[in-house]
Structure formats: C-alpha cells, structure tokens
Ligand binder design. Structure first.
Ligand code: FES
Length: 109
C-alpha cells in the first residue's frame, strides 16, 4: 500500500518523525528517520519490551545525532540498519517499515 506520510522537509535533518497509521484495521506506530536526502522507516516498537521509542515529542536521536535512541532505557540503534548497538537489547533490530522519497514527499512503500 503506497501512502504519502509527509514532506521530506517536515522531518528534522538529521532527525525523526513518528506516525500512527492503520494496518489491517489496527493502529501501527512507525517512525521515519531522516539523514540528508535518505530516509529510514522503522516500526516504533523497541525490541527490549516493545514500547514506542519516544515519549511524546522526545527526539529520536542521541545527543550526537548519530544513532536512534530509545527514551525508555536508552538503547541505541543504527539509523540505517536498525541494529541495537548499546543497551538492554543489544544485537536485536528494529522492525523495518519501508519508505522512500518521491518528489520531495516520504511515501510508505
Ligand atoms: S524499551 Fe527501549 S531500551 Fe527498554
């Protein structure tokens, strides 16, 4: 299912934006991470205890803006692979949510 989520410029660079979509009649929380012209989509559920990575408007990236950070217990994840490199779920990955940029908009693939 293709669906426009937002304009690329609506996402901080680098940074992230969360969305609540619908899949099979159920809410699906996702996040899109932007790094320049590249975007990476992930299901917004930490593999530690399956809570969303953010609390409200908390930023998705660490202070250095090089990793995704979980606001619950501060696990760090690679932006492009979703691999946890530090924290209680080290070695696990975020579930992918495929997205792409077309004509300046971010699309669900
Ligand atoms: S819920 Fe993400 S590190 Fe614990």
């Amino acid at each position: 299912m293709s669906e426009a989520l937002c304009r690329l410029d609506d996402i901080p660079d680098p940074g992230g934006k969360s969305f609540i979509l619908e899949q099979d009649g159920k809410p699906l929380k996702v996040l899109v991470i932007r790094q320049g012209a590249r975007v990476f989509g992930w299901v917004n559920s930490c593999p530690h205890i399956h809570r969303p990575l953010n609390w409200g408007d908390t930023p998705f990236l660490d202070l250095f803006k090089t990793s995704i950070v979980c606001a619950n217990h501060f696990a760090l994840f690679e932006m492009d692979s979703g691999l946890c490199t530090r924290g209680p779920c080290i070695g696990k990955k975020l579930a992918p949510f495929p997205v792409r940029v077309v004509d300046g908009a971010v699309w669900r693939v």
